[in-house]
Every structure is written in C-alpha cells, then in structure tokens.
Design a binder for this molecule. Structure first.
Ligand SMILES: Cc1cc2nc3c(=O)[nH]c(=O)nc-3n(C[C@H](O)[C@H](O)[C@H](O)COP(=O)(O)OP(=O)(O)OC[C@H]3O[C@@H](n4cnc5c(N)ncnc54)[C@H](O)[C@@H]3O)c2cc1C
Ligand code: FES
Length: 311
C-alpha cells in the first residue's frame, strides 16, 4: 500500500500550540447511554487549542496491552478552564480501561492531531450530520458555528450572515440517545422511529431544501458514502470525517489509509484527515464506497498487531 500523490503533511491545526503528550487529570468520566461515556479532562494549555474535527490519542494503561494508542475526537473545548471533552463507545480493551478511570486519576494523551473542519464559504448553509461515534465532533462544531463555543481557526463562527447550523444526529433507537445537552437546533433521528425523525440521518439530510449547503459529517463509512452521493447529486460541498482504525497515529505506518476516489493511491486518516473535503481542490477525496464493507474498514491493523489480538 502506498500513499501516491498524498497532499503535503497536515500542519496539525492546533491553535497557538504544538502537538503534545502529557498526563491529563480526569474531571468527569460518566455513563451517558448504554456502552457510551463522556470524558472531560484538564487540557494542557501549552498543547494549543483544539478545533472541531481534530482528535487526540490516549493510553489508559501503563502496561503494553493494549500496545497502541487509540484516537478519540474532541467533543468540546472550554478555553476559560482549558477543559476538553470527548464521547466514546466502550468497544474493546482500550475504551474498557478508559471507562474504569475515576475522576482525579490521570490519562496519557497526545494531541491535538489531524485536520480540523474547514470554515464555511460565503453563502453556504451549514448542515451537520453525525452517526454513532461521529456525535462528538459535530457537537463541538455546532457550538462553534452557533458562536456559543470557542472560535475556530479560519473561522466558521465569523460567518455571521450565514443561517445557524442545522444538526441531525442518528441513533438506532431512543434508548441509545445519550444523556447530553444538545443544541436547540438538533434533530434526533432514530432508525426505528422511537424518537424524533423516523429514519437515518442521511434520510433527514435528503429532506433539507436544495439551496447551496456545506455538509459536515462524521460517522461510519457507509453513512459517509451515502452522504457523499447525496452531496454530489445536489451540487453541495462536504467535509466528511472518517473514523478509521489507527496504528501509529502520526502518518508513519499507512495503517489508517483509505482509498482515493481518483484511484491514485491512498490517504492517511491520521494526517491527511480525518476530515476530507468534497469536492477537494487538490483531488484528495476518499472513495467512501470502498472504505469498508458494511460501513466498516476492512480490517483493524491496530488490534491485529497487538498481543492477544483476535485472529
Ligand atoms: C479520528 C478518529 C476519531 C475517533 N473518535 C472517536 C470518538 O470520539 N468516540 C469513539 O467512541 N470512538 C472514536 N474513534 C474510534 C475509536 O478510536 C476506536 O473504536 C478504538 O479502536 C477503540 O479502541 P478499543 O481498544 O476500545 O477497541 P478495539 O479493540 O480497537 O475495537 C473493538 C471493536 O470495535 C470495532 N471497531 C473499532 N474501531 C472501529 C472503527 N474505527 N470503525 C469501525 N469499527 C471499529 C471492531 O469491531 C473492533 O473489533 C475514533 C477513531 C478515529 C480514527
Ligand atoms: S495510523 Fe499510521 S499512518 Fe495513520
């Protein structure tokens, strides 16, 4: 696998600081839905201010199992207190260990990493769509766009003439909706119709008026593939954030690579992304339909390379 014609390395986007590894004090680590948790940590100010779309990686154990750091997207950042948050699904060994850490204990973090969501262009309406673990970055972005959070580099919040963001959040059923404060403009979408809009977040997006929009989305590959098709058909623009498995997390191993839409190699989620734009001025778009069967990447290099990994 090779990254033919990849764009130049990301600048890592952190505002006023550098990527930093540090032990962060945990302020909150609470259950918000079955298998879902919210974590709030004291963010080291010298690591710079994270932007929506960026992520950090964590190690919740000082042992070598699990060996590799795991990525989580920022779900919010409070500049006054320098507290950062994320929402996470307890899925495997790393998130199970993270869930056991009580407030007051510390977790090893590295960040901020990756490319942030870009600002709105003139006249674009922001439509935000999150599915599953894509919830966090969209909540962060919605706060920034509504001017209620910190300002973003480049700065969507400065588009004061633009209409406020509409946010659709997709869940299987009402019981999966997390206990979080959601923006007033949020529409809950449930597959089974048990709460809010009956249908997927892609159905909700498809029901929006056709005027020029920029879609910001994060979720499983199948959802992003459907959104990419919709956006192309409407002549909209999109900034889609991938949730791929990672190994090194810093661009060195190609463990997170996804295929380019133009067939010219691969793009790395950790440094070329996780946010990819469509259309992209340099042609660096992902072929979301080929990103993995059933909305999942085809394999998990991170877990496969670890001691005790699944066959
Ligand atoms: C940029 C980025 C941001 C992310 N942000 C978040 C976030 O905010 N919240 C959150 O909960 N998770 C997020 N993830 C995904 C998270 O990093 C993985 O779920 C991680 O692998 C969990 O580690 P684990 O050891 O608990 O489980 P693992 O043992 O690594 O995984 C357990 C099982 O979950 C499934 N799985 C794991 N990762 C993925 C994936 N990426 N796509 C599909 N299926 C997968 C596989 O079936 C795997 O066997 C993000 C990933 C990326 C790349
Ligand atoms: S995880 Fe190693 S290159 Fe992205």
């Amino acid at each position: 696998m090779s990254g033919v014609d990849s764009p130049p390395p990301a600048d890592y986007g952190g505002r006023g600081g550098a990527v930093k590894q540090f032990d962060a004090a945990i302020v909150v680590n609470r259950s918000i839905a079955p298998s879902w948790r919210q974590i709030v940590v004291e963010w080291d100010r010298s690591a710079g201010r994270p932007s929506p779309g960026q992520f950090f990686t964590f190690r919740a154990s000082s042992s070598t199992d699990p060996l590799l750091r795991r990525p989580l997207a920022f779900a919010g950042f409070e500049p006054d207190t320098s507290r950062a948050s994320a929402v996470y699904e307890v899925r495997g060994p790393a998130t199970r260990l993270l869930a056991e850490l009580a407030p007051g204990s510390r977790v090893d973090l590295l960040g901020p990493l990756g490319r942030a969501f870009p600002p709105l262009a003139g006249g674009e309406r922001p439509l935000l769509a999150g599915g599953g673990i894509g919830l966090g970055p969209l909540l962060f972005l919605a706060g920034e766009l509504a001017g209620s959070g910190s300002s973003q580099k480049g700065d969507p919040a400065e588009s004061s003439s633009a209409p406020g963001p509409l946010l659709g959040l997709g869940f299987r059923t009402a019981a999966a909706v997390p206990d979080l404060e959601l923006p007033p403009a949020a529409t809950i979408c449930t597959d089974d119709g048990s709460r809010g809009f009956h249908g997927t977040v892609v159905d909700w997006l498809g029901g929006q008026p056709p005027q020029l929009a920029r879609v910001y989305a994060c979720g499983p590959a199948a959802m992003l593939a459907a959104i990419a098709r919709l956006v192309r058909g409407r002549g909209w623009t999109a900034s889609l954030s991938a949730e791929q498995w990672m190994a090194c997390g810093v661009g060195a191993c190609m463990g997170c690579a996804l295929p380019r839409a133009d067939g010219r190699g691969y793009l790395r989620v950790c440094t070329d992304g996780p946010v990819f734009n469509s259309p992209s001025p340099d042609g660096a778009e992902i072929d979301w339909a080929a990103a993995g069967p059933g909305g999942r990447p085809a394999r998990n290099p991170a877990s496969e390379n670890e001691p005790g990994a699944r066959p």
